[in-house]
Design a protein around this ligand. Structure first.
Ligand code: ADP
Ligand code: ZN
Ligand code: ZN
Length: 742
C-alpha cells in the first residue's frame, strides 16, 4: 500500500494523506478524487510517500484516480509550491486555482475532438469572384480554407462572427469539418534541435537599436532578465516578433503575457497574421471553460507554439518553454487582487529562472521596481530611443491652466477650439477622463448634502442617462432624488465630470460631430467594443471620450489630438504610487496621438502646469522623471528600496476587525524583538483602509516592511502561526505580499 499527499481546494495550509490500493498506479501531478469530510473533492497528488503520521484507522483511500488528463509536471508543481510559500497562501488553494475550471471539477472531461475545417468538393468549385460581396466573413473563410484546412482558433482571427458563419457554410455544403489536430504545416518531425522555417509576414529590417536588443537576448544561453525600455512606437512589438521567430525555428514555445483581456483578441489577430503557420493559442478569463481547457491542454502537449495570455497564463504548462515576454510590464493588472495575490510578472521571472530561459519585460514606462533592478544590474537594460517609423514624431505636450481660462463643465475653451479645428480637418480627437458616469457626486447647495452610499464610505456616482445614483464600490443604486433627502430643497447639482457629462458638453458644442463614448458602461456588451473599434478605424468617429480603456495599446491612425481632463488628484494622492501610475497612463494615452504620418498634440488641463510630472511629459523624459522619483522613494523609505506585506481585515463589527489587527500587531512586535535581524523589519500601526467601509464591511490594515525580501519572508514565515491562531470565520483576512493597493 502506498500513500499520496494531496493538494485540495480548502483554506488549510497543508496537504492531505490518502492511501492507494495495491495495483493502482498513481504518480505526482495526477488528479484524484478523495473523500473529505462528507464531500468528495478533486485534488492533485503532490507527493508519493511510504509513511504517514495519520493513524491507520483514520486514513482513507483515494476514491478514484482521474486519467482523463495528463499529470502536471514536476516543474509546475515546484512553481506552485514556490507561490504558495512566497505569497503565504494555502498550497491546495494555490494549486487548484492555477488550473482551468474544468480540471477542478470531478466531472469527467469529455474532450470534444478538436474539429478542423476544409472546403468540400462543391466549396472548392465555388467561384469566389461571383460570391456575394456583402457576405464579407463567408468570403474570407472560403478564401482562407482554399489555402489550407484550419481549426476554429485559426479562423477566429478572421472575424468575431466566424462561428455562426461557419455553420451557414456547412449547411450550404461548402465547408466540412473533420476531426484531428492540424499540426502546423512546417511542424512535421519537430524535435528540439531541428531547425524549422516559419514564415513571418511583413518583417521589417530592424533599426540598429532593435537589432542590438534582439542580438543581446538571443545570445543568452539560460536565464537572463531584460528590461526593454522603448518609447511608444519604437518597435518593441517588432523586437518580440523577431525573438519569437528565432525561438520557433528551434522548436521552442513562447509565453507572451499581456495585461488587458480587452486587448487579447486584437493581439491574437496581430500575431496570427505575423505567424500564419504557427499554432497560437490564448489563455484568459474571457474564454469559455471548454476553450480554456482545450487551449491549456494544447500548451501542455507542446502543440501550442505561442501562448498569448493574461496573468493566469503564467501557470500554463509549457514543456518546451524557451522564452517569456511580459508586455507593458508596469501594468497593475498583472497583480491579482484576491485569492492568491500573485504578480504574474514576478512569477514569470521566477519561472524563467526555473526553466533557465530568458525573459523580456517590455514597457515605455517601466515600473520603478524593474527600472531600479535594471539600473543596479540585476536586469539587463535595453533601450529603444527613437520611433521606428521615421515620419512618426512624438506628440507635443502642452498644459492649460484651468484657473486661467474659461471652462465649460470641465472642458476649457482652448481645448474645445482645438477639437473644432480637428473636426474641420477630418481628424480625430480623444478626451481622456478616468471617471465614468455623469458626475462623481450629487450635491445639495442648500445644506451641503452629498450623495454618499449607505453601505460604503464612498460617494454614489450620478448616471444621468438612466437617472440613477450608483455606487461603483458595491453596486448599490437608487433613483436620482428630486429633492434633497436631507433638507428637502430642490437644489441638487452634479459636482465634477465623468465621461457622460463630457459627452453631453461636446454634443451641445458640436451638434454635427460623431461622438463615441468608450467606458465600461458603454462596452458592457461583448461585441460593443469590437464594433466601436471598427468604427474608429473606419474614421466614422470625430471625437472619442473614454477612460483608461482607450489608453492602452490601440492604434488609431486618424487620431491627432488627445485632451487629458482632470489628472490632478493623482498629484496629491496618499498612494505613493499614484504619480508613477499617472505618468505611465499619460504616456500611454499620449502615444495614441500621431502614430501615422500626422503629428499629434496632447493638451493637459491642470491647476499645476509647472508640476515636474507634466514637465517630464513635455520633454519625454522618463529617465529624468524616474531618477527624481527614485530619490524620493529612497528618502521616504518606499519600494523599491523596501519590501512590503499588508495584512488586511474586514468584517461587519468594527471592534472585531480592530481587535484582530491589534493582536496581530502585538504578535508581530513580539516576534520582531525575538529576531536577530530585527533592525531590518519595521511594523506600522493599524490604520483604516483607503475605503474604510465597503458593502457594510469595515476595513483596516497593517503594514510590515523590510529592507530585504529575504528578511521579510523570514519574518512572515514566523508570523504565520500566531496569525492562524487569531483568525476567525467572522472576518475576511488576507496577507498581500508586494501590495500595489493601499
Ligand atoms: P511599440 O510596440 O514599441 O509601441 P510597434 O512595434 O508597434 O511599437 O511599432 C510601431 C510602428 O513601427 C508599427 O507600425 C511597426 O510596424 C513599425 N515598425 C517597427 N519596427 C520597424 C522597423 N524596423 N522598420 C520600419 N517600421 C517599423
Ligand atoms: Zn439639502
Ligand atoms: Zn456602496
Amino acid at each position: 500500500m502506498s500513500i499520496v499527499r494531496v493538494a485540495l481546494d480548502v483554506p488549510l495550509p497543508t496537504l492531505f494523506d490518502y492511501t492507494v490500493a495495491e495495483g493502482i498506479a498513481v504518480g505526482t501531478g495526477q488528479r484524484v478524487i478523495v473523500p473529505f469530510g462528507r464531500r468528495q473533492l478533486v485534488g492533485v497528488v503532490m507527493e508519493c510517500v511510504a509513511t504517514t503520521d495519520v493513524s491507520p484507522e483514520r486514513i482513507k483511500p483515494v476514491t478514484q484516480v482521474l486519467l482523463d488528463s495528463a499529470p502536471l509536471s514536476a516543474g509546475l508543481l515546484d512553481l506552485l509550491r514556490f507561490c504558495s510559500d512566497y505569497y503565504r497562501y494555502p498550497i491546495g488553494q494555490t494549486v487548484l486555482s492555477a488550473l482551468p475550471t474544468r480540471l477542478r471539477s470531478d466531472k469527467p472531461i469529455i474532450s470534444k475532438p478538436l474539429l478542423s475545417y476544409r472546403l468540400s468538393a462543391s466549396g472548392a468549385a465555388l467561384d469566389l469572384d461571383s460570391f456575394p460581396k456583402r457576405k464579407v466573413v463567408q468570403r474570407r473563410i472560403l478564401a482562407k480554407l482554399a489555402e489550407q484546412p484550419c481549426n476554429l482558433a485559426q479562423l477566429k482571427a478572421l472575424s468575431a462572427t466566424v462561428g455562426t458563419q461557419l455553420k451557414t457554410l456547412e449547411r450550404e455544403g461548402w465547408v466540412e469539418s473533420f476531426t484531428g489536430v492540424l499540426l502546423p504545416s512546417a511542424g512535421s518531425g519537430r524535435t528540439a534541435n531541428s531547425i524549422q522555417k516559419y514564415a513571418f509576414n511583413n518583417a521589417h529590417t530592424l533599426t540598429s537599436e532593435q537589432q542590438l536588443a534582439v542580438d543581446a537576448i538571443t545570445q543568452v544561453n539560460g536565464y537572463a532578465c531584460f528590461l526593454l525600455h522603448g518609447i511608444t512606437g519604437s518597435g518593441k512589438t517588432e523586437v518580440y516578433v523577431h525573438l519569437m521567430h528565432e525561438v520557433l525555428q528551434h522548436g521552442g514555445q513562447v509565453l507572451l503575457l499581456v495585461p488587458e483581456i480587452n486587448l487579447t483578441p486584437q493581439l491574437e489577430n496581430y500575431f496570427r497574421n505575423r505567424f500564419p503557420d504557427v499554432n497560437l493559442i490564448s489563455l484568459h478569463s474571457g474564454l469559455s471553460e471548454g476553450e480554456r481547457l482545450h487551449n491549456w491542454q494544447q500548451a501542455q502537449a507542446g502543440v501550442a507554439q505561442i501562448v498569448l495570455g493574461t496573468r493566469l497564463s503564467v501557470f500554463a504548462e509549457l514543456p518546451r518553454l524557451a522564452l517569456i515576454i511580459v508586455d507593458e510590464e508596469h501594468d497593475s493588472s498583472f497583480k491579482q487582487q484576491d485569492g492568491l495575490r500573485y504578480s504574474a510578472r514576478d512569477v514569470a521571472i521566477f519561472r524563467a529562472n526555473q526553466h533557465s530561459v530568458p525573459i523580456v519585460l517590455g514597457s515605455a514606462t517601466p515600473s520603478l521596481e524593474s527600472y531600479h533592478n535594471a539600473q543596479s544590474g540585476r536586469y539587463q537594460m535595453l533601450t529603444l530611443t527613437g520611433r521606428a517609423l521615421v515620419e512618426a514624431r512624438l506628440p507635443t505636450v502642452r498644459c492649460i491652466n484651468i484657473n486661467q481660462t474659461v471652462m465649460h463643465h470641465g472642458i476649457s475653451e482652448n481645448l474645445l477650439r482645438e477639437i473644432g479645428l480637428r473636426i474641420e480637418r477630418k481628424e480625430q480627437s480623444l478626451l481622456f477622463i478616468n471617471r465614468r458616469g455623469y458626475a462623481p457626486v450629487l450635491m445639495c447647495t442648500g445644506c451641503g448634502w452629498l450623495s454618499g452610499c449607505k453601505h460604503c464610505a464612498g460617494k454614489m456616482v450620478l448616471h444621468l442617462k438612466d437617472q440613477r445614483l450608483r455606487c461603483h464600490h458595491c453596486g448599490y443604486q437608487v433613483r436620482v432624488p428630486h429633492a434633497c433627502p436631507s433638507c428637502g430643497k430642490a437644489e441638487l447639482f452634479p459636482v465634477g465630470s465623468g465621461t457622460q457629462r463630457v459627452e453631453s458638453v461636446l454634443q451641445e458644442r458640436f451638434p454635427d460631430a460623431r461622438i463615441l463614448r468608450v467606458d465600461r458602461d458603454s462596452t458592457r456588451n461583448k461585441r460593443a467594443w469590437q464594433t466601436m473599434r471598427e468604427q474608429i478605424h473606419a474614421n466614422e468617429v470625430d471625437i472619442l471620450v473614454g477612460t483608461q480603456m482607450l489608453a492602452k495599446g490601440h492604434d488609431f491612425p486618424a487620431l491627432t489630438l488627445v485632451g487629458v481632463l482632470n489628472p490632478d488628484s493623482a498629484l496629491y494622492s496618499s498612494d505613493f504610487r499614484a504619480a508613477e501610475k499617472l505618468f505611465a497612463q499619460l504616456v500611454q494615452v499620449a502615444g495614441r496621438a500621431g502614430r501615422a504620418d500626422k503629428p499629434g498634440e496632447v493638451i493637459i488641463q491642470t491647476a499645476f502646469p509647472d508640476h515636474p510630472l507634466f514637465r517630464a511629459l513635455q520633454t519625454h523624459d522618463f529617465e529624468g522623471w524616474a531618477a527624481t522619483q527614485l530619490v524620493e522613494r529612497k528618502l521616504a523609505g518606499f519600494p523599491p528600496f523596501v519590501f512590503q506585506a499588508m495584512l488586511r481585515a474586514e468584517g461587519k463589527q468594527e471592534n472585531e476587525v480592530y481587535r484582530y489587527l491589534h493582536e496581530a500587531h502585538t504578535a508581530a512586535v513580539t516576534l520582531r524583538h525575538s529576531m536577530k535581524n530585527h533592525a531590518q523589519i519595521e511594523i506600522f500601526g493599524v490604520v483604516p483602509a483607503a475605503l474604510p467601509r465597503r458593502a457594510n464591511h469595515l476595513r483596516a490594515q497593517l503594514l510590515i516592511q523590510a529592507t530585504s525580501r529575504k528578511a521579510l519572508q523570514h519574518f512572515l514565515h514566523a508570523w504565520q502561526a500566531p496569525l492562524d491562531a487569531l483568525s476567525t470565520q467572522r472576518l475576511r483576512c488576507s496577507l498581500d505580499i508586494d501590495p500595489l493597493e493601499f
